[in-house]
Design a protein around this ligand. Structure first.
Ligand code: MN
Length: 293
């Protein structure tokens, strides 16, 4: 495995967790409320409505770890393995679970179905935020990337905008890990916004909600108007709203582009060491996954 690929893949996953931990403090707050409480929110201090310890992550990172663990459990993709993993996670009393995720996992636990009916109400960001392990494990196979992405997504979110967002973010990280740059990400974002106007990010509508189009517009806006990891994450989480998810996804994009060494040491040293360790293991496992088939 080449060092540059590993550096960028680690940047994506650790960047994701850092963004989750940083953003959770100000989730559901408005920019004005954040300013009143924190000035500019720039330190991993925990708290927020979930009352997290500093350096703890939320459902965003936890669901990624479940997907990664499920992929690594076998040499081939098993949706049932993932559904079982999500069921076990729900029963473990996680700090937070989105409503659509909870409903989909419960449906699986009741009737073992791994896909829900298509629904216009499933356009939250729950499927999109947990897809990074699918990306890292299928860099060598675009068809398999698509298969795992849509499989894992439809367990809880069966919605075209959710699918489009999840696939597009995956294509962006794939492009960067294959040696691309900011221009490639920009082209993919503009393509997505041209197909579905909901994803337009310029001019930015100042909305950071759990609606997947608002989430991505917010992430794109701050990713394209900054030129380094730290500024990108500080700007995106200070927009508030679904700040742990926008922080996580911005951290994933920025971490994949700028590399793990661009993540500020102050933030890395705050992140729960147990999470950092599992992410390292998953990155190595996922990058090598399926190569022997
Ligand atoms: Mn969360």
């Amino acid at each position: 495995m080449n060092d540059d690929l590993r550096e960028r893949a680690l940047g994506a996953y650790l960047g994701f967790a850092v963004g989750d931990a940083l953003g959770a403090t100000v989730e559901f707050m408005t920019p004005r409320e954040i300013k009143a409480d924190h000035g500019v929110h720039r330190h991993i201090i925990g708290g927020g409505w979930l009352r997290l310890k500093a350096g703890e992550v939320t459902d965003d990172t936890q669901m990624c770890l479940v997907l990664g663990e499920s992929i690594l459990a076998h040499g081939t993709w098993s949706l049932t393995q993932f559904a079982e993993g999500m069921g076990a996670w729900l029963k473990s009393s996680p700090v937070d679970v989105g409503n659509t995720c909870r409903r989909g996992i419960r449906r699986y636990l009741v009737d073992r179905s791994v896909i829900g009916e298509p629904s216009e109400w499933d356009a939250g960001n729950g499927a999109c935020i947990r897809n990074l392990p699918a990306i890292l494990s299928t860099l060598h196979d675009g068809d398999l990337f698509r298969e795992i992405t849509l499989d894992q997504a439809h367990l809880t979110h069966h919605n075209q905008l959710s699918d489009e967002a999840t696939l597009a973010l995956g294509q962006m990280v794939r492009a960067v890990l294959h040696g691309g740059g900011m221009a490639d990400i920009q082209r993919l974002a503009l393509d997505l916004a041209a197909r579905h106007r909901e994803f337009r990010f310029e001019p930015y509508a100042n909305r950071s909600s759990a609606y997947v189009a608002d989430t991505l517009s917010t992430v794109f806006h701050y990713f394209f108007t900054t030129d380094n990891f730290k500024d990108c994450l500080i700007d995106v989480v200070n927009q508030g709203g679904d700040a742990d998810s926008t922080g996580a996804l911005a951290g994933m994009l920025a971490g994949s582009l700028y590399g793990v060494s661009a993540i500020p040491q102050e933030w890395m040293s705050r992140l729960n060491p147990a999470i950092v360790k599992v992410i390292h293991q998953q990155v190595d496992g996922l990058l090598n996954w399926g190569q022997g088939r």
